[in-house]
Ligand binder design. Structure first.
Ligand code: HPA
Length: 262
């Protein structure tokens, strides 16, 4: 099963296939958004609108734990997320797609792990699945790398923040990429993202940032995004070659420390 998480402006993708069933899944973290399951290229795909239908949940209120847990419960092994972002690099323009390869986490108030009663330190040297990234890169016109800066939101950034993020190596900025990528990795799922650049970031943009602009650009790119998703899904092999499925190996304290050692 392949999971698609739809970001801003992408709440249903009827173009991709006939819905077989729509599902809300209960999780220990609360109910999931309403998801739709459909067949594409002979594969089962489940689509989840990250913000719920009608963009009911702003980025800082999204229940990332229940979203990712619900996908895992549905049997999803690979996730392709879509995110709207601002660009902090003049060579990455509104309308471009970026496949991030790394992130800087500037969120502040989000619960970012499934493991509160086990001590688990996962390796995130390469947080996004390299196999899925290669597939996305080979399936359309995209920028092949990007450092995604995740802010808490819901406000946009100040000019000084954008200057700082650039100096730190950030290239795109959004509010929803974290902790989603980490939570998927904690449950040993492959995770990748297609970021649609909707605007130049604050202070690089010649004008005030508006959500209208973000929605407008995402809507303009919707067809291309859906084609990229479809062409990518056609290429996903049934057995993955990456090591996302063994993220927990060597990550947990406890197997080594037995009570008699303490
Ligand atoms: N900043 C943060 N999040 C965003 C932006 C931005 O400029 N554009 C779309 N999502």
């Amino acid at each position: 099963m392949i999971g698609i998480i739809g970001g801003t402006g992408i709440y249903k993708i009827v173009e991709l296939g006939d819905e077989i069933v729509s599902r809300v899944v209960d999780t220990p973290y609360g109910p999931s958004p309403e998801m739709s399951v459909f067949q594409l290229h002979g594969r089962e795909v489940v689509f989840m609108p990250r913000h719920n239908l009608g963009h009911a949940k702003p980025p800082h209120m999204v229940n990332y734990l229940s979203n990712i847990y619900a996908l895992k419960k549905m049997g999803v092994k690979r996730v392709i997320a879509t995110n709207a972002v601002g660009s902090m690099d003049e060579s990455i323009k509104p309308g471009d797609f970026v496949i991030p390869n790394d992130f800087l986490d500037f969120t502040r108030m989000r619960k970012g792990t499934f493991y509160d009663d086990r001590t688990v330190h996962i390796d995130v040297t390469e947080p996004y699945c390299s196999e899925l990234r290669d597939i996305l890169i080979s399936s359309g016109k995209v920028k092949r790398n990007g450092v995604y800066v995740c802010t808490e939101g819901p406000r946009f950034e100040t000019a000084a923040e954008i200057q700082m993020f650039r100096q730190l190596g950030g290239t795109i900025v959004g509010m929803t990429g974290l902790p989603e990528v980490i939570l998927a990795r904690e449950l040993e799922m492959c995770y990748s993202s297609i970021c649609t650049v909707s605007n130049f970031a604050a202070s690089i943009s010649p004008s005030k940032l508006t959500v209208d602009e973000v929605f407008e650009v995402v809507e303009t790119k919707r067809k291309d995004l859906i084609k990229l998703l479809s062409d990518s899904i056609a290429k996903i092999p049934s057995e993955n070659q990456c090591d996302c499925g063994s993220t927990l190996d060597g990550a947990e304290v406890g197997d080594l420390l037995k009570p008699e050692d303490l």
